[in-house]
Design a protein around this ligand. Sequence first.
Ligand code: PLP
Length: 404
Amino acid sequence: MVNKNKIYLSSPHMSGGEMKYVNDAFNENWVAPLGPNVVDMEVTLAKYCGVKDAAVLNSGTAAIHLALIILGVEKGDEVIASTFTFCATVNPIVYQGALPILIDSEPGTWNMDPVQLERAIRDRLQKGKKPKAIIPVHLYGMPANMTKIMEIANRYNIPVVSDSAEALGSRYMGKSAASYGKMSILSFNGNKIITTSGGGALLSDNEELILKARFLASQAKDKAPHYQHSQIGYNYRMSNILAGIGLGQMEVIDDRIKARRYNHFYYKETLGKFEGITLLEEPDSAYFSNHWLTGILIDPEITGVRPGDLIRDMESMNIESRLLWKPMHLQPVFSHCPAYLNGTSERLFTQGLCLPSGSNLSQEDLDSVVTAISRSLKNANATQKKYVPTYNPVRILANMRAVL
Ligand SMILES: *Cc1c(COP(=O)(O)O)cnc(C)c1O
């Protein structure tokens, strides 16, 4: 049975409340890059993430770029980043003419391995260069091990920019994942937990840095009666219309997190029963993931299938899934970058995939995904009996924990 409606990996999920803000913008003719929605969105985000200030921008990539400019990253500098990520984490390093230094993952969180991080810093120092910044990523919503990463960063006095593009609403040690580091960034791209169709933000507890970001993001206009520029600026601001969409989305952020966490714990309850399938899980109660995407690993020795087989089989049932991010050190464009590796990200890349994880999936959709996967495993292993997803809803709810 092929699903009539395609089941997507992570599709936009509007609340309906967005139109109120967008209509306000139209009624007041604030169809401009600035306006009241922009200000409100900045206040709302900063409050939600527990930081002093935020600048909303036209993408998460722009936010990383501005963070690096503000930290003074220039041609010939080195910047450390996770290798297991989307290219947008690393591209802005190259925009500045700097060299990305890539760090492998730890197996527990799939995020930056503190051991490799320290090894890299020592090695770069020995080679005569002090890295200008460290960009850990909270991938798929899972917070990185920020206790250890911040401890190392502080010891070597290197600023941290946390890439929280996938982690709005995720928390570590009771604090927003997006509150760690000197600055952090968010993305509101179409596939993220909330979306403005395209957009991003730069957050910090240092209001001066955010003022600087707003200045640079609107063409770096000096205070003067005429247009005067004493440095190069960018056109990176979020428009008042899109900020309106963001305000409508922020009204339902906690529901969106609940829905994504439900997906994850449903998958754990059902797929967790299959030998050879494991999920990316919160290592302990210090971690609270928004579970933006549920990632699984498939041991081909045990299951007899590879991620590519599952993806193909699901596609034939009109279900979208995707391999995990291909590590940056394996990308042709970054193959020259020094990388400090332990084998984890390469293993994740060959064994893992992301399952449909949108907040708008129905129980029927989720059941279809699990049935499709069970069928693939069955095809590979003819002895397995017919599978119907069974689960204990009470246990799923208990595992979910409330939004903190
Ligand atoms: C989406 C994403 C970004 C970039 O965000 P855009 O808004 O698409 O520019 C950066 N880092 C990670 C890890 C992302 O997933």
